[in-house]
Design a protein around this ligand. Sequence first.
Ligand code: ZN
Length: 172
Amino acid sequence: MPEIKLKIKVFGDPVLRKIAKPVGRITDEHRQILKQMAETMYDDSGIGLAAPQVGISAQLIVLDIGEGLYKLVNPKIVKRQGKQSISEGCLSVPGVCVKVKRAKRVWVQAKDENGCLIEIEAQDLFACVLQHEIDHLKGKLIIDYASFLQKLRIKRKLAILRTKVKSCKLLF
Ligand code: ZN
């Protein structure tokens, strides 16, 4: 399998707005992409990464909040509970932080890279990252959660910011 260097796509790239395709049979190619996504995530000090962020429209995500790496295929939230809001940054929206209201606890069903069905019960930051990455698979970004005024500010910022600047603590 040739090594391909994955590059993070940033806001403005249409792939970030596309609904990612569900993965049918999981192949070596998917496993290779997941491996490279994990490397890219660690390289950029992210705690999560979704395939559309590297230009691949497939339902693949990786995440690691410091408790081990998860590689998930076709992840789906099956249950939500409670509320939380955390200031989130996104590798695809450099320099922008948005406080996003999300569920405090989520139950996610997915397949692992070998096709085995897994169920994850997550809370707090872990639940937040899962929701953030699954949003990416739906073409949704943190800026969609911003208030009207915040959106105007972000728009100006994004217009100026075309290079990658990391000003957020949590990037996914
Ligand atoms: Zn993101």
